[in-house]
Design a protein around this ligand. Structure first.
Ligand SMILES: O=P(O)(O)OC[C@H]1O[C@H](O[C@H]2O[C@H](CO)[C@@H](O)[C@H](O)[C@H]2O)[C@H](O)[C@@H](O)[C@@H]1O
Length: 255
């Protein structure tokens, strides 16, 4: 995996190059409290090098709400941010974000409010189950719950998603119910087309990242972080191994 990335650095035909990275579980080790998630410190310098390199673009592609991703990930100026599994997009500017505004219809806004209330009912009385609200979705979190409570809450949340959601994603200890149809794969493909990227590198750890892997071609570089079935071609054992490879990629770029 590391040698593949180093090879891209030297390959002049792999330009424009888009390096797109998931956040939680990929650049940032998973945490019980999502507000404590931070990118591994060693990732900061190579990401800055990538975003400043001629012919290279950087994107962070996350299930996080955009404002959350911006605040926690601290992507360098020039980074593209894709949030809410593709429903939100922005670019990091020197002062703030250049942001595509998501506008829900009245019907979607009403449905989001209903979903929030119904998800709160699922969490009620289940210790460790809690609900995160996003601009386009609600998320039922179960990481801290006992096994039976977690499975029960997840199955109820999936049923709620089938009833009222436009999209349902079952990630690592989360069920995310959105009122918009979006996926990391569609968002990544749209960004690639806009940038005219000849090669895309994508790394992610969760089942929701499989949409992004599936949207790429055999000429791209797909990296699954951690264990689990995947359509990605390469694997990093954990965020540390991925970040080591990004350090190597950045160091190998022509100066
Ligand atoms: O696409 P990602 O960047 O991987 O974001 C997906 C979800 O990330 C957050 O949840 C995950 O990370 C939490 C912190 O490590 C962890 O507690 C949780 O169990 C994970 O599923 C975030 O809270 C969700 O909103 C994102 O959709």
């Amino acid at each position: 995996m590391r040698s593949t990335l180093e090879g891209l650095a030297h390959d002049g035909t792999a330009r424009p190059l888009l390096v797109a990275l998931d956040f939680d579980g990929t650049l940032a080790p998973l945490q019980d409290d999502p507000s404590l998630s931070r990118m591994l410190p060693d990732a900061v310098a190579p990401l800055r090098t990538l975003v400043e390199a001629p012919g290279v673009s950087l994107a962070l592609v996350s299930g996080r709400a955009l404002h959350d991703l911006h605040a926690l990930a601290e992507g360098p100026v020039g980074t593209y941010l894709i949030g809410s599994h593709g429903a939100e997009r922005a670019r990091v500017m020197r002062h703030g974000l250049d942001r595509d505004v998501v506008q829900l219809t009245d019907e979607q806004a009403d449905r989001l409010a209903t979903l929030g209330a119904r998800a709160a009912e699922i969490a009620r009385g289940r210790d460790g189950v809690w609900v995160e609200s996003k601009p386009t979705a609600v998320v039922v979190h179960t990481r801290l719950a006992e096994h039976d409570d977690a499975r029960d809450a997840e199955s109820k949340a999936l049923a709620l998603g089938d009833e009222l959601g436009s999209g349902v994603l079952h990630g690592k200890d989360v069920v995310e119910i959105s009122v918009l149809r979006a996926s990391k794969g569609e968002a990544l493909r749209a960004l690639r087309d806009e940038l005219g990227a000849r090669v895309v590198v994508y790394a992610g750890d969760d089942v929701t990242d499989e949409h992004a892997f599936a949207a790429l071609t055999e000429h791209d570089v797909t990296i699954k972080v951690g264990a689990g079935d995947t359509v990605a071609r390469l694997r990093a054992a954990d965020p540390h191994e991925l970040v080591d490879a990004l350090v190597a990629l950045a160091a190998a770029l022509p100066t």
